[in-house]
Each structure stands twice: as C-alpha cells, then as structure tokens.
Design a protein around this ligand. Structure first.
Ligand SMILES: [Ca+2]
Ligand SMILES: [Ca+2]
Ligand SMILES: [Ca+2]
Length: 368
C-alpha cells in the first residue's frame, strides 16, 4: 500500500504573534517615496548596539542576553543610519548582517524577482502593499492568500515596504515577490509540489527562490527542479531544517541549493537548527520580527526565517554583481558573494559562517 507522503513541512519552532495596537491608524505613513538608497542623511533609528530591548520582551530567552564577544564587532553599527519604519528597532538581524551597509549601494531592483514557495502571502498586509507581482496556488487551499502565517512572515523579512513609516524594513527594500503557494493552510506540502513550484517560478522569471520547507527524504524530482533553476540563472535558498541534528534535509542538501542554518542574536546556533558539513551558510533565525496576516506582526524562530534573510541578501546582490565568468548567468556570482562573505562566528557546520552584506558587497568588488 502506498503511503501518502505529506512529508513535513514548514519550519516553525516558535510563533509569538504580537498584534501592535494603533499602527494601522498612522495616517502619516502615506508617504510613498522610497529613496533608492539610504545614506547618512536619513535620520538615525537603528540602535547603536545590537542589543535592543528585545530580550526583555521575550520570556524564557535569557540565553540571548549580552554574552556576545567576537560577535560584538559586527553588531555595533553606530555609523549606519536607517529608514523610518517604526519596528526597525526590533529587527536585530538587519544590523547583524550589516544590511544597511549594502543599502548604501543598492536597495535592490524590482526586476530581480524573489519567489516565496510557502503557505502563501497576505499581499493585502499594510507593509506588503504592492510587493506581490504574481501569485499561483499549487495546493488544494481555496486561496493563494496566506491563512497559516508562515509565508507572510517570510515575505516581510525579504522585502517589506521600507522607509514607509509603517511596520518593519525588508532586507531587500525594492525587491518584488512571487507568491508561489506550495504548502497548504496547515503548512503541509509534498516534494513534487515544491518541484512544480520551482519550475513555475523559474519559468516566470524568478532570480531568487526561497524554500523554507524541509523534507527528510530525498526526491529526484525536487533535485531535478533545483538543477533546472540553477541552469536558468536562479539561486535557491533553502532551510537547513529544525531537527537539531546533522542529518540532511531536502532540498537544502542538494548541490544547487544554499542550505541555511539559524543563529541567535548572541551569535550562537539557534535551538533546533540543523548544522553539518552539508550546510552552506548561517543567518539570523531566532526571535525574528516580521509581518503576519491581517496587518499584524510578530516573532518567529527557525531556519525558515534565517533562509529569508539570505534570500533578501541574494536579491540585493543581483543588483551589484556582474557576469565575471561570462556564462550568461549571475546566480553563480551571487552565490559566491553570499558564501564568500560569510563571517566566522565560532560554530562548526554552518559553511563559511553567518552572512554579512558588507563583506559580500566587498566580494563583488564594490565598496559602500
Ligand atoms: Ca515598512
Ligand atoms: Ca546545498
Ligand atoms: Ca556568471
């Protein structure tokens, strides 16, 4: 008898929804002028230390406290000034990966589409307005919209409307999104559906494909789709999984997917994050604040959200790399810049380490 493989799933270990009262009524937020780059002329909103009051708001999270050492050199960004999004101070990850350094050169370009293969995206969210340029539903859910919440959180991390006086900032402020719903409203999906989603995204112009889904069994169909994406110039960023082990998960394990582990604010590996010699990078993935359906916001943790930070970086890098090896594609240069820019943070099994936008930028030959 054939077993139905509703293999797991979307990756969530913590989901703490925090509705923020009154923000939707901020009428001052109608300013839609998004400057292409953020410079020191913009009013400072970013804390001068990576240590915000976030810790105090999180129960049971004492270990996130100020134990960073080698980490602090990267965390302190007092020279970086940022946009006016009111919850920027919650977004410790943006400082940690030095996103604002890269924003001095580029905040992304709309033509480099980021496909989010997930539970859908609430494109009516106040801070995602206009972000989703195309959507498709490969599930039996009646809607491509996000009922579950996971996909909307991913979308906000990557490309929330930025410097709009509302909500949060995205890693890639000017990027546009493709909503490719491959997981149903309970977060379930199958490898064959993800494979179809990859191919659809590639054929519809995706440059970056975010897959915050893990399967514990390999799938030839999934691997073929990943190889196809790579051959067509897209880069796939995939979650390394939340099993707390070194066992491979798919598609992250495949050669043509960047496997991403999750770190905490203090630079340690996030609880339950996978790691191992097959993991390619690490990124912030613990107590990550982002958009949730129905104009709400909240924290989530897991390699899903680490993956989204790398996707945002990838989208930015497409704007600054050139086809130095002359093969007609940019995804190889983007991947190389992501991985070569990684910062050693004293954790084994996370590739070159935690992503760092400024270092990746330097790898491309540009300087802020
Ligand atoms: Ca915003
Ligand atoms: Ca891989
Ligand atoms: Ca190339």
């Amino acid at each position: 008898m054939k077993t139905l493989k509703f293999i797991v799933l979307v990756l969530i270990t913590v989901s703490l929804v925090t509705p923020l009262v009154g923000i939707a009524e901020d009428a001052s937020a109608t300013n839609s002028s998004n400057p292409p780059h953020y410079t020191s002329a913009v009013q400072a909103k970013v804390p001068t230390s990576g240590k915000t009051d976030l810790n105090g708001q999180r129960a049971g999270d004492a270990a996130v406290a100020d134990s960073s050492s080698a980490d602090s050199a990267l965390a302190t960004q007092s020279d970086v000034l940022g946009p006016d999004d009111p919850y920027l101070s919650e977004q410790w990850a943006l400082n940690k990966i030095r996103a604002l350094k890269l924003w001095q050169i580029t905040t992304g370009e709309p033509q480099f589409l980021v496909a989010v293969l997930d539970t859908g995206i609430d494109q009516r969210h106040e801070d995602l307005n206009g972000k989703v340029v195309v959507e498709v539903n490969f599930t039996d859910s009646p809607t491509p919209n996000d009922i579950h919440g996971h996909g909307t959180h991913i979308a906000g991390i990557i490309a929330a409307n930025t410097n709009n006086g509302i909500g949060i900032a995205g890693v890639a402020p000017q990027s546009r999104l493709m909503n490719v719903k491959v997981a149903d409203d309970k977060g379930r999906c199958q490898p064959s559906v993800v494979a179809k989603g990859i191919i659809w995204a590639v054929d519809n112009g995706a440059s970056v494909i975010n897959i915050s889904v893990e399967f514990r069994e390999p799938s030839a169909e999934l691997e073929d789709a990943a190889n196809y994406a790579w051959s067509q110039g897209a880069v796939i960023i995939a979650a390394a999984g939340n099993d707390g082990s070194q066992l491979p998960v798919y598609p992250a394990y495949y050669e043509n997917c960047i496997a991403v582990a999750a770190t905490r604010q203090d630079g340690t590996l996030a609880p339950l994050s996978n790691y191992g010699d097959w993991v390619d990078a690490a990124a912030p993935g613990f107590n990550i604040y982002s958009t949730l359906p129905d104009n709400s916001y909240g924290y989530k943790s897991g390699t899903s959200f680490a993956t989204a930070h790398v996707s945002g970086l990838g989208a930015l890098l497409f704007s600054v790399v050139s086809d130095t090896n002359g093969n007609g594609r940019l995804n190889d240069e983007v991947r190389a810049a992501i991985e070569a820019g990684g910062q050693e943070i004293g954790i084994d099994g996370v590739g070159n380490g935690r992503i760092d936008a400024a270092s990746s930028l330097a790898e491309t030959g540009n300087t802020p």
